[in-house]
Ligand binder design. Structure first.
Ligand code: URA
Length: 267
């Protein structure tokens, strides 16, 4: 079906709005947000009952639509084939019940966020409380530190990279994912990576590094060298949450990031 001019304008406005949101989240506050027309793609504050929208809305029972469902709708409606493919996987993930406990206790699934054609993917462990609430990876305190690493350390933007986790559901009490849970979620990770086709993966912490590379070596041994994962160059470093508890380890993370930047030809 051909998109009307109005819908194209709304979609363009939404893209600008998201870029501004992203800038604000990255700490850029001197760019003013503009009043924009209502988005054609549903936002978290929009309910499915709103009749003024022309695009299909995620289903709800009069409650606010979960942010993850809004993201899925946006991916599905994208003109970029990689976004649509990611949307298909994300839709499947949103109904996943492979891990009974996680499916029962999560608010929503946390699929991944960022550039669907990113050269670099960051892989963390699992969503925490903030991510479970907002439906996006690394949006809490550890996420702010990761944003600083990307923006201040790497001179990149958060939206240039793609961010995902070993698990797509929050483990209760933020416990470490079990090997069974990591194995159950592995198919989704592999499918996301197959769509994005990154050149580089940066594993954040032991859980990400050990699960991606299928090793039980300690993170202290895995860091500071390049690894290979099916032709993708992998760097492992300490998790930002570890850095919040042990700021002295920032020096090693800085070295790992410098090595990554050199490999990426950005140094
Ligand atoms: N820690 C992680 O490993 N992933 C997140 O998404 C947030 C915190």
């Amino acid at each position: 079906m051909k998109e009307s001019t109005k819908d194209v304008r709304r979609r363009a406005a939404r893209i600008v709005e998201q870029a501004l949101e992203s800038l604000h989240r990255s700490g850029v506050t001197h760019v003013k947000k503009l009043p924009l027309p209502p988005p054609a793609i549903p936002t978290a504050a929009v309910t499915a009952e709103n009749p003024s929208r022309s695009t299909p809305m995620p289903r709800s029972q009069g409650k606010k639509v979960l942010p993850s469902l809004t993201q899925i709708a946006q991916l599905e409606q994208s003109t970029d084939p990689r976004c649509r493919e990611l949307g298909n996987v994300a839709r499947e993930v949103s109904d996943c019940t492979r891990c009974a406990e996680l499916a029962r206790t999560r608010t929503q699934t946390v699929f991944g966020a960022g550039n669907p054609s990113a050269r670099l993917v960051f892989c963390g462990e699992a969503p925490g409380a903030d991510e479970d609430r907002l439906g996006e990876p690394f949006v809490g305190r550890a996420g702010q530190l990761l944003t600083d690493i990307i923006v201040k350390g790497m001179k990149m933007r958060r939206e240039d990279v793609y961010i995902l986790n070993i698990l797509r559901c929050r483990p209760p009490g933020n416990r470490t994912p079990s090997p069974v849970e990591a194995a159950a979620c592995r198919e989704y990770l592999d499918r996301q990576l197959a769509i994005i086709q990154p050149e580089f993966i940066c594993c954040l912490g032991a859980c990400a590094a050990q699960n991606l590379l299928q090793t039980d070596a300690a993170i202290g041994r895995l860091r500071s060298k390049m690894h290979d994962f099916n032709g993708v160059k992998v760097v492992c470093t300490y998790h930002p949450a570890y850095l919040l508890r042990n700021p002295a380890a920032k020096k090693q993370v800085w070295e790992d990031i410098q090595m990554l930047l050199a490999e990426m030809g950005m140094k």
